[in-house]
Design a protein around this ligand. Structure first.
Ligand code: NAD
Length: 442
């Protein structure tokens, strides 16, 4: 495999990729539907449309992103002109998860190709149909020297990780992220780790509860809660909890009807293993809404769980499913105690009309990214970085940052051969005094 040196060639490949995806858009939606009942609307909004706009945006900015960037020269180097060159890393491995199986394989591929790398994509083994389409598209567009798709599970991925790569981009769980980081460290390979976490959703005093309920129900139950930046649990003042739960129930019924199992707009759980994991998290004595399950359809209804024990299994790890715990707090100390029990999350959401309080919340806690008075939509803007901090990830991408992630930034100073200042050269004699004077003056 070789790097793609010409920007024109990269643009041509991205255009071809765009056409291939546009041609297969409905095939992709069908595959997502077969894999885990993903509604076509969500397939459009969160997978194909996202990727299509990502490719168009990348094509239109690629020329300017890839140009050497001239910076102000250091006065110490004068006369000189100074630049940052963007160089492809070389051979890149992209490992992706099943929950947004198309977008999370193709979007990093777009950034890696834009930056001129050759790419091996390893999509999730759990979303077979989508992985097959990804293969067809990549085979259609790229020469094997440019990009290929390979398939396999944990063992196969570990074999891939044991090879030497110039960059590894991983999206998935924290546990596997650690395996990836360890394997990469053996060859000092740079990594991006896009991981998960337990994302708090704080409802402040005087928040617009109706709009909060509407937006949280959308954010939590889109993709049946199998979203890395979905609200994981709600924190609300005890006195507002009852009202808020009633609003949440109304919004769930509005979105998915009295029997969500009949709704065409609710995805299913990806497989029997995850269905079992999630159903085991449900304590029926704490369920105040939903709680219905169906093993044969990997179905779990949107479920609200009241005041789970913080030590319970439900509150130990990222939930990653349609279970929504609601926990009351009395003061900010409670918020600190609860949120800081966990590693830094990928997202945090605050609902409040008190701008100063909301600002304090988003600056007090450390997390990947988030919103005030909404959830999940930080993902949409290509001018915002997408990534975690601490256990929720290392590095970020989207838009230009995606291009930069897959590029080595090379510092270059261009000097003419005239105007050589002799002060730096030995013998130093009494030059120190002069250098100190100049440094103080600068
Ligand atoms: P996962 O970690 O189980 O799998 C991700 C990839 O790693 C898959 O391709 C899989 O084949 C491979 N893999 C699995 N086990 C492995 C092992 N033992 N050794 C080597 N490779 C292995 O994650 P998942 O279940 O597919 O996805 C869900 C997780 O991904 C959640 O934790 C979610 O928060 C996270 N996620 C993060 C983002 C993000 O952008 N930050 C986006 C989506 C999902």
């Amino acid at each position: 495999m070789s790097s793609l040196s010409s920007v024109e060639k990269r643009k041509a490949l991205l255009k071809k990729l765009l056409v291939s995806i546009q041609k297969r858009e409905s095939e992709i939606w069908n595959a997502l539907q077969k894999d885990f009942g993903k509604p076509t609307f969500e397939g459009f909004l969160t997978e194909t449309n996202y990727v299509i706009s990502d490719i168009k945006y990348t094509i239109s900015h690629l020329k300017s992103w890839s140009k050497p960037k001239r910076v102000w020269p250091s006065i110490l180097n004068l006369p000189s002109s100074e630049f940052i060159y963007k160089e492809p890393y070389g051979r890149v491995l992209i490992i992706s998860p099943w929950n947004y199986p198309f977008q999370l394989a193709i979007s990093p591929l777009v950034a890696a190709i834009a930056a001129g790398n050759s790419v091996v994509v390893k999509p999730s083994e759990l979303t077979f149909h989508t992985s097959q389409i990804i293969t067809k598209i990549v085979e259609d567009v790229f020469d094997v020297k440019e990009a290929v798709v390979v398939h396999g599970g944990a063992e196969f991925t570990q074999t891939l990780l044991s090879q030497r790569w110039d960059y590894i981009f991983f999206t998935g769980s924290v546990a596997v992220g650690k395996i990836v980081a360890e394997a990469a460290a053996k060859n000092l390979t740079p990594v991006t780790l896009e991981l998960g976490g337990k994302n708090p959703c704080i409802i402040g005093e005087g928040a617009d509860l109706k709009i909060a309920a509407k937006r949280i129900v959308w954010g939590k139950f889109v993709n049946a809660g199998q979203t890395c930046i979905a609200p994981d649990y709600i924190l609300i003042q005890a006195k507002e909890k009852y009202n808020f739960v009633e609003l949440l129930k109304q919004e769930i019924i509005l979105a998915y009807g009295e029997n969500p199992q009949e709704s065409k707009d609710l995805a299913s759980i990806v497989n029997a293993r995850h269905w079992k994991r999630l159903t085991e998290l449900i304590d029926p004595t704490k369920v105040i809404f939903g709680g219905q399950t169906d093993e044969f359809q990997n179905y779990i209804s949107p479920t609200i769980i009241d005041e789970p024990e913080l030590e319970s299994q439900l509150m130990k790890d990222e939930i990653f499913g349609p279970l929504l715990p609601i926990i009351s707090y009395h003061d900010e100390n409670d918020l600190h105690k609860i949120i800081r029990r966990y590693e830094k999350p990928l997202a945090l959401y605050v609902f409040s009309n008190d701008k100063r309080w909301a600002e304090r919340m988003i600056t007090t806690f450390s997390f990947g990214g988030g919103c005030i008075n909404d959830c999940m939509i930080q993902f949409v803007n290509k001018r915002l970085p997408f990534g975690g901090v601490g256990h929720s990830g290392i590095g970020a991408y989207h838009g230009k940052l995606g291009f930069d992630t897959f590029s080595h930034h090379k510092a270059i100073v261009k000097k003419p051969t005239w105007g050589d200042n002799p002060i730096r050269y030995a013998p130093y004699k009494n030059k120190l005094k002069w250098v100190k004077k100049i440094m103080n003056w600068l």
